[in-house]
Design a protein around this ligand. Structure first.
Ligand SMILES: C[S@@+](CC[C@H](N)C(=O)[O-])C[C@H]1O[C@@H](n2cnc3c(N)ncnc32)[C@H](O)[C@@H]1O
Length: 271
């Protein structure tokens, strides 16, 4: 029996987005079983607004492949990378060093780990092992953002989907930190609040605990929409990053020279 269809999908027109389902249509985009999967209707709204048919949409932390499924539905060409491949069309790569040419993508979407709240894989490069209260997490995310910049064509758009962290009695405003970091290089186009439909919060005593111990459950995610400015004719073109020390067999790099050390690693974020 086919699953019940989700409500009609439509373009969101304000900066407060809500849609009462993780997926659209009758099936699934990505996998509902993948913890941390992105709501596909969020990606659908972005691709409808910021891309045209046949354009290249790249997701450097593609997980269960939600971005690839939405891209395929809309006739875009998806490119997905992750450290743990859930399916054949998600290629193994570290989001900080993608095996693609400079400026190959017309749109880049990323939904990164929000610190170490979920276990994604045992891989040492997994940013989901880093505590969002520590500088190391922001250093890693700064490298991801730099790589997004490198692969995006000038004049085109990118989006970062994230959630603030309230953990062990400490609030980390990830959305605000990321917005500041990204605004150092991208133009900030808009900042959307996406209402979270986390049904798990209705189970157990989450709401009671929030009331009794005086904290707030996360009610929305941040969606940061960015644009890479048009190329400045007076500036030299971006250089490919130097290669990170190899950790395991990678899929064949499409563009990168092999055997160089990564000596110019950026030091700290501007968070
Ligand atoms: C929030 S999930 C992304 C979910 C995905 N958008 C989906 O709908 O299934 C974050 C992803 O980041 C991946 N990840 C963590 N560190 C990474 C890294 N250094 N390079 C590439 N992917 C990484 C994790 O494996 C995980 O799949």
């Amino acid at each position: 029996m086919l699953p019940m269809p989700s409500p009609k999908l439509s373009l969101q027109t304000t900066t407060l987005w809500r849609y009462p389902s993780q997926h659209y249509g009758r099936g699934e985009q990505g996998s509902a079983d993948y913890r941390g999967a992105t709501p596909s209707w969020v990606i659908w709204n972005l691709l409808e607004r910021y891309t045209e048919a046949s354009e290249v949409v790249l997701d450097p932390m593609c997980g269960s492949g939600t971005t690839l499924d939405v891209a395929a539905d809309l006739g875009r060409m998806g490119m997905g990378f992750d450290l743990q491949s859930q399916r054949d069309d998600v290629e193994f790569a570290d989001a900080r060093q993608l095996p693609v040419e400079n400026e190959c993508a017309d749109f880049v979407f990323v939904d990164p780990p929000y610190g170490d709240n979920l276990v994604y894989s045992d891989r040492p490069e997994c940013i989901g092992k880093l505590d969002a209260r520590e500088q190391e997490y922001f250093d890693a995310m700064k490298e991801v953002f730099e790589e997004m910049w490198r692969v995006l064509r000038p004049g085109r758009y990118a989006a970062v989907y994230t959630c603030d962290v309230w953990t062990r009695k400490l609030f980390v405003p990830l959305g605000s930190h990321f917005l500041y970091m990204l605004s150092q290089v991208f133009e900030v186009v808009d900042h959307i609040a996406v209402v979270r439909g986390n049904k798990d919060l209705d189970k157990g005593n989450y709401h009671k605990a929030a009331e009794e111990t005086n904290f707030f459950l996360r009610g929305f995610n941040h969606l940061l929409i960015l644009r890479k400015p048009e190329a400045d004719p007076n500036q030299p073109p971006p250089r490919a990053k130097r290669k990170r020390k190899p950790r395991q067999e990678r899929s064949t790099p499409r563009s990168r020279p092999a055997g160089q050390d990564r000596s110019e690693r950026s030091r700290r974020s501007d968070s």
